[in-house]
Design a protein around this ligand. Structure first.
Ligand code: NAD
Length: 247
C-alpha cells in the first residue's frame, strides 16, 4: 500500500510542538504542502526551523484558533498562495483542570474555547472551500478522556466528548460534498502537555499497567493515522472516532 499525498495542502493547528508538529513532519515527508498554525510565535519559529533543517518545507502562521478574524485572514492567504486546502487537522488543544468544586470558570471556558470552539471556527472557515472543491478531509483531536472518566478533568473531558459529537454531526453535513470528518483519540503520549515521562517511576508504572500494550504511545502513532485518514484509502471512513491509545 502506497499512501500518495503528494501535492495536497494541509493545515495543522497547534503545530508548534508535540503531536501537531509530528503530524506536520510526517505529512510534509509524504510530499504534502504543510501549513503550521500555532498561538505561540516562538514555538512556530523553532518548529519551522527544525523542519527546514530536516529538508522539509512548511509555512508557519501565528494564529489563535479562538480568533475568527485571524483565522479567516490566514485561510484566505493559504488559499491565494496554494490554490486549495485538502486537509484540516484541528489538533490545537489545552488540558487544564481540577475537581469541579474547585474548577475556576475561566479554566472551564479556556478548555471549551480552544478545544471545541477553535475546532468549530476552523471547520466553519474551511468548509466552503472544501465544498467548492467537492473534496476534503477534516480530522479533529478528541481524547481517550472523552470516553473514560478521569477525575479532575471535567472541563477537558467534556470539551473532547463534544468534539466527538461535533465530528459526527459535521460528517453528516459535509458528506454530500465528498468531505470526510473524523477524530482521533490518543491515550497517553508523553508530550509537554502531560509530562508523563517525567513522573516518578512507580506512578508511570501504575499508568502503564492500565494500558493493554503496557507502553506509552508515540507522537508518530498519531501522525501515521492522520496520513491514512488523509489518503484515498480512507475515503469511505467518516463520522468516526479512532483510538490511538494502546488499548
Ligand atoms: P501540546 O501541549 O504539546 O501541543 C499543543 C499545541 O497547541 C501547542 O503548540 C500550543 O501552543 C498549541 N495551542 C494551544 N492553544 C492554542 C490556540 N488557542 N491556538 C492555536 N494553537 C494553540 O499537546 P499534545 O500532547 O501534542 O496534544 C495535541 C492534541 O492531542 C491536543 O488536542 C490534545 O488534547 C490531544 N491529546 C493528546 C494526548 C496526549 O497523550 N499527548 C492525549 C489525548 C489527546
Amino acid at each position: 500500500m502506497i499512501i500518495d499525498l503528494k501535492g495536497k495542502v494541509a493545515i495543522i493547528t497547534g503545530a508548534g510542538r508535540g503531536i501537531g508538529l509530528e503530524i506536520a513532519r510526517t505529512l510534509a515527508s509524504e510530499g504534502v504542502i504543510t501549513v503550521l498554525l500555532d498561538v505561540s510565535e516562538r514555538l512556530l519559529v523553532d518548529a519551522a526551523k527544525a523542519l527546514a533543517d530536516e529538508g522539509v518545507a512548511a509555512y508557519p502562521y501565528v494564529c489563535d484558533v479562538r480568533d475568527n478574524a485571524r483565522i479567516e485572514e490566514v485561510i484566505e492567504d493559504v488559499r491565494k498562495r496554494h490554490g486549495r486546502i485538502d486537509i484540516l487537522v484541528n489538533n490545537a488543544g489545552v488540558a487544564n483542570g481540577g475537581p469541579v468544586d474547585e474548577l475556576k470558570e475561566e479554566i472551564w471556558d479556556l478548555n471549551m474555547d480552544i478545544n471545541l470552539k477553535g475546532t468549530f471556527l476552523m471547520s466553519k472557515a474551511i468548509a466552503p472551500i472544501m465544498k467548492e472543491q467537492r473534496s476534503g478531509r477534516i480530522i479533529n483531536a478528541a481524547s481517550f478522556a472523552a470516553i473514560v472518566p478521569s477525575f479532575g478533568s471535567a472541563a477537558y473531558a467534556s470539551s473532547k466528548a463534544a468534539v466527538h459529537q461535533f465530528t459526527r454531526v459535521l460528517a453528516g453535513e459535509l458528506g454530500p460534498w465528498n468531505i470526510t470528518v473524523n477524530c482521533y483519540s490518543p491515550g497517553m503520549i508523553p508530550t509537554d502537555m502531560n509530562h508523563f515521562a517525567e513522573l516518578p517511576e512507580d506512578r508511570q508504572q501504575r499508568l502503564l499497567d492500565t494500558l493493554t500494550l503496557r507502553h506509552w504511545g508515540k507522537k508518530e502513532d498519531v501522525a501515521h493515522l492522520i496520513c491514512f485518514l488523509s489518503s484515498d484509502y480512507a475515503g469511505y471512513i467518516t463520522g468516526t472516532m479512532i483510538d490511538v491509545s494502546g488499548g
